[in-house]
Design a protein around this ligand. Structure first.
Ligand code: MG
Length: 445
């Protein structure tokens, strides 16, 4: 059981991710990376400067050469790992979480974030720090990473197709503001922005780009004259859209459009997590491609992508990986690819090509031991009833007209049940059936 690492690095409020823990974790990470050139970056959060100081000292004590990228988005920082031939990266960010949170996203030289499993070695060194000679490392700044990242994206996009597109960008008062407006102006778009001043209090909207949180964007697009609205999460790896009519485009549909764009030009595997919509499988089938499922969490996607067979990867919340640029989710390249596709047809028309599914979800209270047992029982249930299932992260049972996943929450005492089906009724019925089953199993545990 991981003590500090979650699905993507170490995250918590300042009383959990304390400056002391930030020091110890960075020292342990520096030792794990065996010194070398380590990049660091911060997002907009108010606890960023104090944690950054500790991260720098921790890395220097572990004899690292620290390259400070400054305040940049996570995709920019992750892109720079390959570009600067770094041995690792620590981004001080809590992604889409509320302002009181912060975190450390850690990536290795192969552009793969450190998962819970790989994090265990770092955790052991946090708890009992190994003694090294303590020859101090060195620090320097690299100020050009945003331009480098923009250039890499521009190389992937045909400017003739993006020219003149009217965009409304919602930067969430986060790190998207450091790159998105500049990128799209370079692409010849007419750019209007909201929430584009950086403020760690996230005064404009919460940093997670859910439909409820981006109402200002939706209304502005609905009553304005835009080809689309685009919104990122706090650190910029996730992106969602609002079509020209003001309809919210959820993350898995953003991923599906990207999947169509990619598979049209190049065949290969598609990597996604077990919680992603069947839309991704339907699209893959249409282009005779195969979907490879991973556990939920960005590190697992990157691990699978690193095997080299996949042409695109992504997750249900709007994070898409384009391996030709980086093995990490890139909310800016993703956004640019979709804006480029608007030269072919309007966003609402793209959505017409995507199959419609309905979702339901709930959570059921269960203790740490109950959670493990429930998942084991669910597996037994699937085997006994000869159901088709995937058991890499919880149990996902597939039916012809939908699927259900029962998963233990990684951070809370719940079992989560999520369903998807071709009709709203079937999604609801599936949910009710499995709530009942989980509750029945809980009673006999
Ligand atoms: Mg994020």
């Amino acid at each position: 059981m991981s003590k500090y690492f979650g699905t993507n690095g170490i995250r918590g409020t300042i009383d959990v991710l304390t400056p002391e823990l930030a020091y110890k974790a960075s020292y342990a990470t520096g030792v794990y990376f065996k010194g070398g050139k380590i990049l660091i970056a911060t997002d907009a959060r108010l606890t960023g400067p104090i944690l950054k100081e500790k991260v720098i000292v921790g890395l220097l004590d572990a004899e690292c050469t620290v390259f400070d990228l400054g305040g940049v988005s996570t995709p920019t920082a992750e892109f720079m790992v390959k570009k600067l031939k770094a041995d690792g990266l620590i981004v001080i960010t809590a992604s889409h979480n509320p302002p009181e949170y912060n975190g450390l996203k850690i990536m290795d030289r192969n552009e793969i974030s450190i998962s819970k499993e790989r994090g265990e070695e770092i955790e052991r060194m946090i708890d009992s720090p190994p003694k090294i000679k303590m020859k101090k490392g060195a620090i320097s700044k690299h100020n050009n990473s945003i331009n480098d990242h923009i250039e890499a994206i521009l190389n992937q996009i045909d400017k003739n197709k993006t020219k003149g597109k009217r965009l409304l960008l919602d930067c969430a008062n986060g790190m998207a503001a450091t790159i998105a407006p500049y990128l799209f102006r370079e692409l010849g778009c007419e750019v209007t922005t909201i929430n584009s001043h950086i403020d760690g209090n996230f005064p404009g909207r919460p940093s997670e780009p859910t439909e409820a949180n981006v109402q200002d964007l939706i209304n502005a697009v609905k009553y304005g004259n835009y080809d689309c609205g685009i919104a990122w999460d706090g650190d910029g790896d996730r992106v969602i859209f609002v079509d020209e009519k003001g309809e919210f485009v959820i993350g898995d549909k953003v991923f599906a459009i990207c999947e169509i764009l990619k598979l049209k030009e190049k065949s290969g595997e598609v990597v996604t997590t077990v919680a992603t919509s069947r839309i991704i499988e339907d699209v893959a089938k249409k282009y005779s491609s195969k979907v490879v499922f991973t556990k939920i969490g960005a590190p697992y996607l990157s691990e699978e992508m690193a095997k080299g067979k996949a042409v695109i990867g992504g997750e249900e919340v709007g994070g898409v990986i384009w391996p030709e640029v980086s093995l990490a989710k890139d909310g800016f390249l993703t956004a640019a690819k979709i804006v480029e596709a608007l030269s072919e047809k309007k966003l609402s028309k793209w959505l017409e090509d995507i199959p419609k599914y309905y979702n339901e979800k709930t959570k059921i209270a269960a203790s740490e031991t109950q959670k493990t047992k429930i998942i084991a029982k669910m597996r037994e249930h699937a085997v006994k009833n000869k159901l088709t299932f995937i058991d890499i992260d919880g149990i996902r049972i597939n039916f012809d007209d939908g699927w259900v996943i029962v998963r233990a929450s990684g951070t809370e005492n719940y079992v989560r049940v999520f369903t998807e089906a071709k009709s709203a009724k079937r999604a609801k019925d599936l949910l009710n059936d499995y709530i009942e089953l989980v509750k029945r199993l809980l009673e006999v545990l």
